[in-house]
Structures are given as C-alpha cells and as structure tokens.
Design a protein around this ligand. Structure first.
Ligand code: TRP
Length: 335
C-alpha cells in the first residue's frame, strides 16, 4: 500500500472566518504533521473565478488565505502548499477528463441543478450559468486525480463532487488503463459547526461570520453582537442550544466545558459569558494573528513559499501528465 495522500483545496473568495478555522484549517494543519501521510493543500483560484469576477477580490483573498495558513503554522517542509493556477498540468488534465465525462453526469451536480431550478422560476433556465459552473466538478476532479489523492477532507456539500471524481477516474481507467487512484471523501461528522452572529450556521453566504483575524477590539465587538435570548443574570440557561457555546465548545477542553455548563445552570449573565468567550478565542488566536499581520506586510515571503510549493507539486504533476498524454495518444509523431 502506498502512503496516504490527503488533499484539499480552498476557494479563494472571501476572508477566512472562525467556522473555516475550526471546521477545516485547524484539523488540516494537525493532519499535516502526521507521519505516513503526504498532505497537499492548495489555493483554488481557478475555482474562485467561477463565483467571483472581481479581480481585486480574488487577489486579496488569495493573499489572506495563504497568510492564514502560514500564520497558523502549516509545516510547508512536510505539506505541499501551492496555488492551483501555478500548476498548468491541472487545467490540461481537466481537458483530458472533460473528454471522458458524460454531460449527463454534470447535469446532476447539485450546484448546477440549484442554479437551474432557481432560474426556472422566471423563464430562462440557463440564465447566468457559465460553462465554468457547469464543468466545476471536472476541474475539481483534475485537482484530486493529478496528485493521486487517497483522502479528500471536505464539507458535506462537496461529497457529490468527490463521487463524480471517482466516476470520472473509473471511466478514464476503463478506457486507457489503471492510471488514477480512486479517491475517498473524508467528512468529519464530529467537526464542530459553529453558529454565526444570527444563530444560523456560520457561513459567508449568510453574512454572519466572525473573521478569524479581526483585531482584538473588533473581535470583542462582534462577539458582543452574537444573538442571545433575553434571560437575565441569575436565570438558568440552556447550554444545549446556545450560539455562544457552539463556539466556546470548539476552543475549550472538557473541564472548562463542565465548569461553564454548571455556570449556565446557575444563570451566568450573557455579558460575562461573552467576555469568557472572547478571552478563550483570543488566547488561542493571538500569536497567529500577530504572525498574520506581519506576513501581510511581507507578501513576497508568501509568494516564495507558494513558488516552492509549486516546484514540489510540479515534480509530481509533470511526469504524471506526460504519462497521461501518452495514454490518450497525444505524443510526438513517430514514437
Ligand atoms: N470546491 C471546493 C469548495 O468550494 C474547493 C476545492 C477545489 C476542492 N478543488 C478541490 C476541495 C479539490 C477538495 C479537493 O469547498
């Protein structure tokens, strides 16, 4: 058995928030320290173009996301950390895969179907749907298959895309030989889901997030804005369904949780709980926040890291793509 390869991409739209940190970034950085695994983490900037046509935002988000991962201590000696658009083999492979992917398979993609369903309420089913959106799962399959990823940590909404990558890989292997490793989605059922300012799941699309590296004073203000009920200090509170605790739980150990649950029963005041929550988050984030601010002033350091990552990634991608070209019959005449 070859060593496991864990691979995941982060679409470069937006600024990382606490939910991204707890659900994806923190566990990925922990996993990158495991011996016996190769981890590949990349900035999915070509995927960003599908949803965002504001060049400034794509660039800014790439900078912030790269700085976030580095500030949080991603070990770039062990993990391969790169930018999708630095690896031309990915888009080249996407075309090879496009040519073996059934249109019917893409018709079934949730994101595409949702866009069509939304349109059908007012006439033109294709309105605003680009070929980028339609083919999105093929580009994602190329990301995964090029590096022979065995495990792909993703959120639930992405499981279907991994299944599509498997289907596409099997089809290619059936036609041309056993080139691709069949990847598996890894969905962490236990991964905490943080609730946002309004009590819904913390998500960029709800605009209810707490950005990970807000300056202290802003972090404090945002935490104060988290919605609570109007129970007064001294009145017992429900520790099962509480926005504040959904976040606290992701940062606290068992003893701290036990203590806080007791305090809920005794009727801790919301003001005090918000202060405790702020202190807890701030304590964990503070050193990384300082490194992050520092890195933002030295973008050339980040760029150097990405370039080194691209060299490592291409050392894998270039020879493999060469084999794949041969396999499909793209080769110099006479060989
Ligand atoms: N589509 C993923 C998302 O929006 C990001 C992504 C792009 C990805 N390529 C990938 C995730 C490859 C895992 C593997 O979350």
């Amino acid at each position: 058995m070859n060593q496991a390869t864990v691979l995941t991409g982060i679409t470069t739209t937006g600024t990382p928030h606490l939910g991204n940190y707890v659900g994806a970034i923190r566990p990925a950085i922990v996993a990158s320290h495991a011996l016996q695994t190769q981890s590949c983490y990349f900035l999915a900037d070509y995927h960003a173009l599908i949803k965002c046509q504001d060049p400034k935002q794509v660039r800014q988000s790439s900078l912030e996301i790269a700085a976030t991962w580095l500030a949080l201590g991603l070990d770039t000696e062990r993990a391969i950390f790169y930018r999708q658009s630095d690896i031309p083999e990915i888009t080249e492979l996407a075309w090879l895969l496009t040519c073996v992917t059934a249109k019917g398979l893409m018709n079934r993609a949730h994101a595409y179907k949702a866009a069509v369903a939304e349109n059908e309420t007012h006439g033109d089913a294709d309105k605003g749907i680009t070929m980028g959106l339609f083919s999105y799962p093929i580009l994602m399959a190329a990301d995964i298959l090029l590096f022979k990823a065995t495990q792909v940590p993703v959120g639930k909404d992405q499981i279907q895309h991994i299944e599509m990558a498997r289907d596409i890989a099997l089809r290619f292997n059936y036609l041309y030989g056993e080139y691709f490793v069949i990847p598996e989605a890894v969905v962490d059922e236990k991964a905490a889901t943080l609730l946002g300012l309004d009590g819904r799941k913390m998500s960029k699309s709800y605009q209810n997030t707490i950005p990970l590296f807000e300056p202290e004073t802003k972090l404090k203000k945002l935490i104060n804005k988290i919605k609570t009920n109007s129970l007064l200090p001294g009145e017992a509170k429900d520790s099962e369904n509480c926005n504040l605790l959904s976040i606290y739980r992701a940062f606290a150990n068992q003893d701290e949780m036990n203590y806080i649950q007791q305090r809920y029963l005794e009727g801790i005041g919301w003001g005090e709980m918000k202060q405790i929550l702020f202190d807890k988050i701030n304590q964990e984030i503070k050193p990384a926040r300082e490194r992050y601010q520092q890195l933002l002033t030295q973008p050339e350091l980040i760029e150097t890291q990405l370039q080194q990552g691209a060299i490592k990634a291409r050392a894998i991608a270039t020879p493999f793509l060469q084999q794949l070209r041969q396999a499909v019959g793209i080769a110099p005449i006479g060989n």
